[in-house]
Design a protein. Structure first.
Ligand code: HEM
Length: 334
């Protein structure tokens, strides 16, 4: 059947238009990426295949004049923009420990008064763990235990890491960073680059971050020992009930020399970081579920005035998010 279609396309002079699509699909199929998550973490029916453990929250965002100077996006107009949020723990297990050295994450859906939406999903590390979409599945597969030994094959893991040393950078960062004491005391980075465009059509590439108002607070080893595996959601509920959790939304401004297409490489600290607004979380769901659950935080849903960069990792995200959404929404409820 496939041969017939290709032959027909070639006859119609369409082969050259079709081949790149076919080639691309073979490089990094989203099903393979999601299957690799299931291979490592098990098939967790009805849960997200990545960042399975999380809590829904909501609040609002207020943009400032610096934001309006850099981008025409309606979210910066100074009005309160309602936000649906989801805080989560990295990995594909809904039972992941809140004490683990994985990332924490903050995903947001902004809905401006003009109906425009902005979806973004950010992690508590300034870099991502792979630089190319085609490495995503392999990164997970070489860490997946071999059924015969119960352990990953050390030779495969070493060969992949030696060939792609950038895939060790995030784990190195997380190993040194203290475990966050609260979902509201971690920094959350976009890792991918985006382009801001203002009313004069001036362009500025940025990476953004949500910075907790009280600064990063981590746990000491003694505090870690005294805590149960589940504490983050309740801690956030108590904190928000007592007055809310606030983050500064900041962007790091790229220099013309900075690469925009590799989220494993952080930009130099010398690049300016400027605040464009504040995010306030003022409600947390009492239990599992809530408005965030049916959303997939596709990072290419952007308001006018924010454009995606050409980062292949960023451009590859919507497809596996859709696959995971499709699986979890059609499986038996939790
Ligand atoms: C090729 C690269 C990537 C793949 C294959 C991938 C895959 C996935 C999948 C399958 C989900 C679950 C989606 C759902 O069920 O709604 C997800 C969620 C998520 N991803 Fe990615 N991802 C990639 C890149 C990134 C990057 C670069 C970041 C860094 C900021 C990131 C951060 C997140 C976060 C925070 C969530 C949870 C969002 C939520 O709470 O719903 N991902 N990812």
């Amino acid at each position: 059947m496939k041969k017939t279609i290709l032959a027909a396309a070639a006859a119609a002079g369409l082969a050259s238009m079709m081949l790149p699509v076919v080639a691309q699909a073979q490089v990094s199929p989203p099903e393979t990426q999601v299957n690799a998550l299931e291979g490592l973490f098990g098939k967790q029916a009805s849960f997200r295949r990545s960042h399975a453990k999380g809590v829904c929250a909501s609040g609002y965002f207020v943009g400032n004049a610096v934001g309006r100077g850099l981008s025409t996006a309606s979210v910066f107009n100074g009005d309160k923009v309602p936000v649906v949020a989801r805080f989560s723990v990295g990995g594909g297990s809904p039972k992941a420990s809140d004490k683990g050295k994985s990332v924490r994450a903050l995903a947001l859906q902004f809905t401006a008064a003009n109906g425009e939406q902005w979806l973004t999903a950010n992690i508590s590390a300034p870099m991502y763990f792979v630089s190319k979409p085609e490495h995503f599945a392999t990164f997970l597969q070489v860490r997946t235990p071999d059924p015969a030994t119960g352990k990953p094959d050390p030779a495969k893991l070493k060969a992949f890491s030696d060939a792609n040393p950038e895939t060790l950078l995030q784990a190195g960062y997380l190993a040194k960073a203290p475990v966050p004491a609260s979902y509201a005391s971690a920094n959350y980075w976009s890792t991918n680059a985006f382009e801001l465009v203002n009313a004069k059509k001036e362009s500025q590439f940025v990476r953004w971050q949500f910075v907790p108002e009280g600064g990063f607070v981590g746990l000491t080893d003694d505090q870690l020992k005294s805590l149960p595996d589940e504490f983050l959601a309740d801690e956030l509920r108590k904190r928000v009930a007592a007055g809310g959790a606030t983050f500064d939304f900041k962007v790091q401004l790229a220099d013309k020399t900075d690469q925009l297409t590799d989220p494993t490489k952080v930009w130099p600290d010398s690049r300016p970081v400027v605040p464009l607004g504040k995010l306030v979380i003022d409600k947390v769901e009492a239990g599992l579920g809530g408005a965030c659950d049916k959303i997939t935080f596709n990072p290419l849903v952007l308001p006018k005035g924010i454009n995606p960069s050409k980062d292949p990792i960023l451009l590859a995200r919507p497809a596996p998010y859709g696959v995971s959404l499709g699986r979890r929404l059609t499986e038996a409820a939790k």
